[in-house]
Write a protein that binds this ligand. Structure first.
Ligand code: SF4
Ligand code: FES
Length: 249
């Protein structure tokens, strides 16, 4: 395939940035989207130009690093996949593809297609953990019976990889799906109930402090989430938050 790529280039956080057009040729339909960008970068480096900066790590849908907005969609046109799992067979010979960074006030652009998503780390640090007594008297986790539907729902919520597609997709740049997933992951399990009240209060407060917008129930985040995180996690977070606020010490 021969393609025209229109890519957001931005030297650093202060630069205004602009779309720049590039041609790539002989792209195999079996390549991943990131492999196609590797081809472009090799081409740029060999002609003495600055390669395009983009985030990636695992390249198998696990780490949540690859954060590209492709033809107006987070992680591109396929469903249930991250950008690194997106294949070039989703495109046609002669296509023009628009590639931009995830855009949200809380995710400032660092360079080209790389954004700073440390706001998510700070939300996690505010409550996305459990404290475990390791004194030697710890109860074996497997000895605590957990209803299968609760275990399944908690596991589903735990599949969130923190990629930020939900924020980039939302017209309000809301992080509610991400925070809902993190709260739900623990809210359903006995190990998470001990700190449940502080967790939801602290994580929601940090989310607001970071400048994410509010949820207006458009459901776009659920559609674009590569891990299929459900809107029901947001409903659970809201219930947890309400119950924590009315029972606040
Ligand atoms: S909820 Fe989905 S889209 Fe949002 S950060 Fe988690 S995996 Fe990514
Ligand atoms: S590079 Fe890790 S999820 Fe894409």
């Amino acid at each position: 395939m021969d393609l025209v790529l229109k890519i957001w280039r931005q030297k650093d956080a202060e630069d205004k940035g602009k779309m720049v057009a590039y041609n790539v040729t002989d792209i195999s339909e079996h390549m991943s989207f990131l492999e196609m960008l590797d081809v472009l970068n090799e081409q740029l480096v060999s002609s003495g130009e600055e390669p395009v900066a983009f985030d990636h790590d695992c390249r198998e849908g696990i780490c949540g690093m690859c954060s590209l907005y492709i033809n107006g969609e987070a992680h591109g046109p396929d469903r249930g996949v991250t950008t690194c799992q997106l294949h070039m067979r989703m495109f046609n010979d002669g296509d023009t593809i628009f590639i931009e960074p995830f855009r949200a006030k809380a995710f400032p652009v660092i360079k080209d297609l790389v954004v700073d998503r440390s706001a998510f780390d700070r939300i996690q640090q505010a409550g996305g953990y459990i404290s475990v007594n390791t004194s030697g008297n710890t109860q074996d986790a497997n000895a605590i019976p957990i209803p299968k539907p609760d275990a399944d729902e908690a596991m589903d919520a735990a599949t969130c990889i923190g990629c930020g597609a939900c924020v980039a997709t939302c017209k309000n740049s809301s992080a509610m799906l991400f925070v809902g997933a993190k709260v739900s992951q623990y809210a359903l399990l006995p190990q998470g109930k001990v700190e449940a009240k502080d967790r939801v209060m602290n994580m929601v407060n940090q989310m607001d402090k970071e400048g994410f917008g509010n949820c207006t129930n458009t459901g776009a985040c659920e559609v674009e989430c590569p891990k299929g995180i459900s809107l029901t996690t947001i409903a659970r977070m809201n219930r947890e938050y309400l119950s924590a606020s009315v029972t606040e010490d």
